[in-house]
Design a protein around this ligand. Structure first.
Ligand SMILES: Cc1cc2nc3c(=O)[nH]c(=O)nc-3n(C[C@H](O)[C@H](O)[C@H](O)COP(=O)(O)OP(=O)(O)OC[C@H]3O[C@@H](n4cnc5c(N)ncnc54)[C@H](O)[C@@H]3O)c2cc1C
Length: 371
């Protein structure tokens, strides 16, 4: 039977970033991915925003890894010529209570070390974005956009350079603890396989709670069970109405329906947020909800301007009635699972945080697992 040093489950942006980092200093690193290609799930169904870090409570992993990931991503994009744009973002307020929310975001951003934040009044917003009608906005200059597929391609190239392997069409269906580590089995390109691994890193996104259950963890008791929270997108046809990222103040499970230009300048609306039971990427919302939400700050938007686009599903630890939940990134040594690391609930800002998550998991590996 083959033996691996480290097996990473899932070739989304997080699994790939973790593998790229771990394979710099370690041999026999494998990434197993059930789909035919890397990055076909959440990592290619998102807004592609490089977040600044204003949305997460101080000292949370989301805050720390987002702020660190933001500057790492810009450096990576510059160094390896990955397409990106540092467009800047306006979070906008129209009603009185939204102004209070803006104050909270400003405080959280400052607590998290986000630089360059400032408030803009109606006229200052109009100078930057003539079509946007609001009372006040929080400007964050370090927010930008990146092409997620190009970023994942870059991590794959690093993995190949480090002589590690990304095995696609390889689905892990069972994991057993052994004296030496873990025995993983499943189907690879239509054939059954079994492999031993000293270390297993669970980066399986929407399926990461199922992987944790596979090794015998009680996901309900540990609070690891995921809730699927879907977000649909629509596209603005014709001339782009804005140049920057424009967000309302967040409410509910998502960040609110926002306007995100892509690298070509075309603008998407969304995502909204609603809980679902199954993983299915069809758009279920109608255009009206989107138009009405966005009309509050972009009155010029018309019915014919909006076309159906795509959907993504957030792997959320936070259920519909729950308050903030942080990323779980945990070496399960205290549960008699030495060398088993779970990454669960890696929703937004997981794309931004990916390179910082790579460093974080590598530190856990070097300090607690490597022997
Ligand atoms: C609507 C939406 C918008 C978002 N917008 C942003 C944004 O603008 N900025 C930002 O920073 N973040 C954003 N995010 C979050 C970001 O997209 C995710 O945090 C990130 O993509 C998660 O990556 P991942 O590698 O953990 O998961 P995934 O990309 O889902 O990868 C997990 C992989 O594991 C594989 N897998 C699962 N089970 C198995 C198995 N048994 N065997 C083998 N392989 C398996 C899957 O096939 C999958 O490819 C958004 C998310 C959503 C849903």
């Amino acid at each position: 039977m083959e033996t691996a040093n480290i097996v990473i489950l899932g070739a989304g942006v997080v699994g790939l970033a973790v593998a790229a980092k771990l394979s710099e200093r370690n041999e026999a690193v494998y990434v197993f991915e059930k789909n035919k290609r890397f990055g076909q799930e959440t990592s290619s169904h998102n807004s592609g925003v490089i977040h600044s870090g204003i949305h997460y409570p101080k000292d949370s992993l989301k805050a720390k890894l987002c702020v660190k990931g933001n500057s790492m991503l810009y450096e990576i994009c510059e160094k390896y010529r990955i397409p990106y744009k540092k467009l800047g973002k306006l979070t906008v307020a129209i009603e009185e209570e939204e102004m209070e929310e803006l104050d909270k975001l400003m405080k959280m951003g400052k607590d998290n070390g986000v630089e360059g934040l400032k408030f803009l009044d109606r006229e200052e917003v109009k100078t930057l974005e003539p079509n946007v009608e609001v009372e006040k906005a929080l400007y964050s200059p370090s927010t930008g956009i990146v092409e997620p597929d190009e970023l994942m391609n870059h991590f794959c190239a690093q993995i190949r350079n480090n002589k590690a392997i990304v095995a696609t069409e390889t689905e892990v269906a069972d994991i057993r603890k052994t004296n030496l580590g873990y025995e993983l089995s499943g189907i690879s390109v239509g054939e059954k396989f079994t492999i031993n691994a000293k270390t297993v890193i669970n980066c399986a996104g929407l399926y990461s709670d199922k992987i944790a259950a596979m090794i015998g963890l009680d996901i309900d008791k540990l609070g690891y069970r995921l809730h699927y929270c879907k977000g649909d997108y629509f596209r603005v046809a014709g001339k782009p109405p804005v140049k920057m990222l424009i967000y309302p103040v967040p409410k509910g499970a998502g960040l609110g329906i926002h306007l995100t230009p892509d690298l070509s300048g075309a603008v998407r609306l969304g995502p909204n947020a609603y809980y679902v039971n199954n993983i299915d990427y069809n758009v279920e919302s109608n255009e009206k909800e989107f138009r009405e939400d966005v009309r509050r700050f972009l009155p010029s938007i018309e019915k014919n301007d909006i076309q159906i686009d795509s959907a993504g599903i957030r792997p959320k630890l936070q259920g519909p009635e729950d308050s903030f939940r942080d990323f779980v990134i945990k070496h399960e040594a205290d549960k008699d699972l030495l060398g088993f690391v779970n990454l669960i609930g890696i929703e937004s800002p997981g794309l931004t945080a990916a390179p910082a998550i790579g460093d974080f998991v590598s530190e856990i590996y070097e300090n607690e697992i490597k022997r």
